[in-house]
Design a binder for this molecule. Structure first.
Ligand code: ATP
Ligand code: MG
Length: 486
């Protein structure tokens, strides 16, 4: 891999993420003195002419859309080694996937964001483009000069113009957000394919779970009892396997969700717990979002972060295991994250729901990124809420930063701090901190683990929430399996 620190006049600052085709960098445009995002096609794809063409057509289609609701492309070019790249506006507030790292959103906010994403999709449709890969990581958030946030649709890597899409198409899109017609070669795709994906995004923002296969999604109110039936129906209509029964346009879906959101906000305003929830969320939109700032900021951000971090799966791949967990001679259930790099064994009854898609260490005040992690509990819906009775475990890997220092700084307001102790077994050592008498009567232990050798990284953050009984923390920690990348 060539290391590059500059692409043309753009100075690379840090990697924002890596997707199926390439890597996106935060860079600085020295001439305009402005941040930009640069997407570079991965080396292993650069020699494939069809992929190169698809990559560049993404940039051209984004440009063609020319809408403030769609990410703007400023420039296009080629590295000396032949890899193509394009330069786009930088979404400073992350993506919906980053937001989901802290679990489901307050309902009104979830509906409003989905409505904005639907309006973005509608702008594309008006330009004759079907996106075909609407999913949380492709919905970007950008702070406007007046402090409000804009929602931008990005990543048309698989998009085709409506004209092209009427013929033979390949299965495209992303699992969980893909409408059934997109998985069938030869079926023409139209704007209603994006309506389905938008429904899936809204469903995930509300419930924290990606909907099951088309036609099999559990009604959202079963996962999030406080969602209004009208909003639940609107999402389920978007998710209709038969596109004739879906909302006919993304605009119609946006309008319905906007009115549901307005009704939801009006109905909720006076209630205590929700207001606190919304307050936390609002805090995350500020500058330095997601990082505790100052003592008070830390208590809020991390009080929720037990929570926040614990529920930190990016929401993909919530698996339900009704009654048939993978038990074995060793007691408990072994669960692993989606990358397979982290696995842990939890008490039998706890292994019913799994969120396996990783976390953003920024929730703990560490450098932002997307790292392997999982949350497992009998019921993950209430994992965020220290007032709820929950038994479960969160494990998050961190390749950078000092997890021990961050864990030591955590305060869980409403819980009683019982002190810390050293932990050491097998290939891990570290610190365990204990809390009791949390608002729901529960107990909480948190561990910061460092590999016993000289490596120092990756470090691991573990949370165990329980209602009482034996403390399984040490058993859970001893069962930890982590695969190093190199
Ligand atoms: P896939 O390849 O399946 O679409 P992806 O959307 O995560 O997955 P990319 O589109 O390559 O992959 O983007 C990688 C990450 O970079 C995104 O998840 C997002 O966090 C970040 N990103 C992409 N574009 C921007 C942008 N314009 N501004 C800020 N961050 C961005
Ligand atoms: Mg993307």
């Amino acid at each position: 891999m060539h290391s590059v620190d500059r692409i043309g006049r753009y100075r690379l600052e840090r990697r924002l993420g890596t997707g199926a085709f390439g890597t996106v960098w935060l860079a600085h445009d020295d001439d305009l003195d402005a941040p930009v995002a640069v997407k570079v096609l991965a080396e292993n794809w650069a020699h494939r002419l069809d992929v190169r063409e698809r990559f560049l057509s993404e940039a051209r289609l984004l440009r063609k859309a020319g809408s403030p609701r769609v990410v703007q492309v400023h420039d296009i070019g080629e590295l000396p080694d032949g890899r193509p790249y394009f330069v786009m506006e930088y979404a400073d507030a992350g993506t919906l996937a980053d937001l989901l790292a802290a679990g489901p959103l307050p309902v009104a906010e979830a509906l409003r964001l989905t409505a904005l994403a639907a309006r973005s999709a509608h702008a594309l449709h008006e330009a004759g483009i079907v996106h075909r890969d609407v999913k949380p990581s492709n919905v970007l958030l950008r702070t406007a000069p007046d402090g409000t946030r804009r929602v931008l649709l990005a990543d048309l890597g698989l998009a085709k113009s409506l004209a092209q899409a009427s013929g033979l198409t390949l299965a495209a899109g992303s699992e969980g957000y893909r409408p059934p017609e997109q998985a069938e070669p030869g079926v023409g795709i139209d704007a209603r394919a994006d309506v389905y994906s938008l429904g899936a995004v809204g469903y995930e923002l509300v419930t924290g779970a990606v909907p099951a296969a088309p036609g099999k999604a559990v009604p959202p109110e079963r996962l999030r009892p406080d969602v209004d039936p009208g909003a639940a129906r609107a999402l389920m209509r978007a998710l209709e396997p038969d596109r004739e029964r879906r909302w006919p346009t993304a605009e119609a879906l946006a309008e319905e969700l906007e009115s549901c959101a307005a009704a939801e906000s009006a109905a909720r305003r006076p209630r205590g717990r929700r207001v606190r929830d919304v307050g936390r969320r609002r805090g995350r939109w500020g500058r330095g979002a997601g990082r505790p700032r100052g003592r008070r900021g830390r208590a809020v951000a991390l009080g929720a972060a037990v929570a926040a971090v614990a529920a930190a799966g990016v929401g993909l791949g919530m698996a339900l295991w009704p009654g048939t967990p993978k038990t074995s001679a060793a007691s408990g259930v072994r669960v692993a994250d989606a990358t397979g790099r982290v696995a842990v064994r939890v008490p039998d009854g706890w292994g019913r729901q799994l969120r396996d898609s990783g976390w953003d260490p920024a929730t703990l005040g560490l450098p932002a990124g997307h790292e392997p992690g999982l949350a497992v509990a009998e019921d993950l819906t209430h994992w965020q809420d220290l007032g709820a009775r929950v038994d479960g475990v969160f494990v998050g890997l961190s390749e950078h930063g000092d997890v021990t220092a961050r864990v030591t700084a955590v305060e869980h307001s409403g819980c009683h701090y019982d002190g810390d102790r050293a932990y050491g077994a097998g290939s891990w050592h570290g610190l365990v901190r204990a809390w009791s008498g949390c608002p729901g009567g529960g107990l909480l232990t948190e561990a910061a683990l460092v590999p016993a050798g000289a490596a120092g990284q990756p470090q691991v953050y573990v949370q165990v929430r329980r209602q009482g009984g034996d403390d399984p923390t040490d058993r859970v920690l001893r069962s930890l399996e982590v695969t190093r990348t190199r």
